[in-house]
Design a protein around this ligand. Structure first.
Ligand code: OMP
Length: 239
């Protein structure tokens, strides 16, 4: 993948915290140990677009994870605004449907420096019972593949999925369709609210392009050492 070809490793660390000063410090010390930064709802709600720009200035590629899911007109406008922030990747929910996905694609394509537009399939915090509770009878695997095909057919660059669906998505969507994988847990790390998890090395072996890792790094006593250790394990297992 072009985004990772010069990156130190495929780890995008999720900076899920509301304080800009602490986020900048964390990003600064992790630079050199991770390939990118992921900023999501917690950070952006607290710090806004100015905060995103400050984080982008750290010099690592930024994945802006706002998971847009709304009517096509609204998502088109939101993606257009997001594309002004100097980020490498943005995401929307595949469940928003074909017209919304096409609107996101078109808004990004019209921007000066189009980011990758990625569709979230089935959140890694959900299992089959949770999906059923929302009225989806399909298994997480089946549903994630269906949503990945929908994203691909509407011109998106790839998906966010759990590591468990990677092989099926690769088979159906091809080698150039980008896969970004959260729900990453090194052996012995707490699952917390994640239900479809895998170790970093197993997820890479299953075909992930990028790994999103938050608490196993950011909540560690020594985040730099945690990131370094994961990076070393990946290098040993995946090169
Ligand atoms: O789009 C995402 O980044 C995302 C999708 C998903 O299905 N699951 C998921 O955990 N994420 C994000 O990935 C990060 C995972 O963080 P940790 O569980 O702390 O490693 C969080 O910032 C989530 O918002």
């Amino acid at each position: 993948m072009g985004l990772t070809s010069t990156a130190i490793n495929p780890i995008y660390v999720a900076i899920d915290r509301p304080d800009l000063k602490g986020a900048l410090e964390l990003a600064g010390v992790l630079k050199g140990h991770v390939g990118g930064l992921k900023l999501g709802l917690e950070f952006v709600t607290a710090n806004g677009p100015a905060g995103v720009r400050e984080m982008a200035a750290v010099g690592l590629p930024v994945f802006l994870d706002l998971k847009f899911h709304d009517i096509p007109n609204t998502v088109h406008a939101a993606v257009k605004a997001a594309c002004e922030l100097g980020v490498a990747i943005i995401n929307v929910h595949a469940a928003g449907g074909p017209a919304m996905l096409a609107a996101a694609r078109d808004a990004a394509a019209a921007s000066r420096t189009p980011p990758k537009v990625i569709a979230v399939t089935v959140l890694t915090s959900l299992n089959g019972d949770d999906l059923a509770a929302t009225g989806v009878a399909a298994s997480p695997d089946e549903h994630a593949v269906r949503l990945a095909l929908l994203a691909k057919s509407n011109g998106l660059d790839g998906v966010v999925c759990s590591a468990h669906e990677l092989k099926a998505i690769r088979t159906r969507c091809g080698p150039d369709f980008m896969t970004i994988v959260p729900g990453i847990r090194p052996a012995n790390a707490a699952d917390s609210d994640q239900k479809r998890i895998m170790t970093p090395e197993a997820a890479m072996a299953a075909g992930a392009d990028l790994l999103v890792i938050g608490r196993p790094i950011t909540a560690a006593a020594d985040p730099v050492e945690a990131a370094r250790a994961i990076g070393v394990t990946l290098k040993a297992n995946c090169s």
